[in-house]
Design a protein around this ligand. Sequence first.
Ligand code: ADP
Length: 401
Amino acid sequence: MNILVINSGSSSIKYKLFEGDAFQLVAAGLVERIGLEGSRVLHTLFDEGGKRQIVRTAPIPDHQTGLSLVAALLTEPGLAVIDHPDEIDAVGHRVVHGGEYFSETVVIDEEVIRAIRELSPYAPLHNPANLEGILVARQIFTSAVQVAVFDTAFHQTLPPQAYRYALPNDLYVNHGIRVYGFHGTSHLYVSKQAAAWLQKPLSEVNLITAHLGNGASMAAIKQGRSVDTTMGFTPLPGLMMGTRSGDIDPAIIFFLARNLHMSLEAIDQLLNKQSGLLGIAGNSDVRDVIHNMKTGDAQARLALDMYTYRIRKYIGAYMAILGDVDALVFTAGVGENSPYIRAQSCTGLEPLGIILDETKNQARAQDVLPIHADKSKVSILVIPTNEELEIAQQTMSILTS
Ligand code: ADP
């Protein structure tokens, strides 16, 4: 079985090809700058000998050309991992927004395509680009079953008291304004890994998962199901992020419009692209902010204090919702790589049964890395996320079910 995973963006396509029941990664890559100057494909082959990287520069005016180049690279003599595009059995597509239509992974048919298109106003930067990837893949990998895996699906189990906003009913009923949550594929993947480490079925574990990347979100997982999450109607609320504000008083927006005469467009940019770590410390990359903090930069310290305070606050909130918690999980770029952020995020939580072991916390995670002290009631785990593998596995399971 060959499963190609595609994450199609507005000017890029990321892909990974997995082979066989063991989901061996055989090729991966990135088509970048689609429709722009300097477009190219960065293609990587994986075999026993290690990695081999190929860069192909070519005009790539659209997704069709981009994905055709990928198909050509996968079958090119000397580089071939398959003989013909028809050897791709399934394509698993990452789709950001599944609304209330999709609580699970689905095989793509005309109705699914219609629904993804209909949901575009809810994710205007993502759903149209995801859809483009689907339409193009159907033309190129004609023998493959096309499957959609939604970022929002895992959070469809939130109960109404968690997903509703205290706004007039009409806005939910007729306009779909509610919490959807994002990063679902990652929260689910690390939850499964955590359950395996705890040696329990997923349906028997309570977890708090923290996906800390450029975008960041946390989820409360009760008996394997998401019951609350920090992102909402959009990926803007919740934690402080690289460039996003996370939670703010929504009335700040009226103040900015009325008193600073900012346009809606400018406020959107401000909250999504100029806030978070960037807004406070002048830099969106946690590595740089930590470096600056160590050289005595007070703004960098403030930014990190705010960043980890918000995480601690949500850990407390989610402990209250869940009662018993088996494990707290850190994942994604920051969660997997920053002992400092992990330690600060757990500081003062000893009364809640969350006790970090600073020596274990300094180790690097290949697989699941436990970093809690022996006496900690809650396990603290660092788990590398792998959204593409989760998409491939879900694609496989829908094909074989
Ligand atoms: P994305 O949300 O773009 O997928 P990632 O999960 O790849 O993001 O995370 C990217 C972020 O991870 C970077 O912005 C950086 O702040 C952070 N990061 C990566 N390595 C480290 C590290 N060693 N220490 C602290 N932060 C790191």
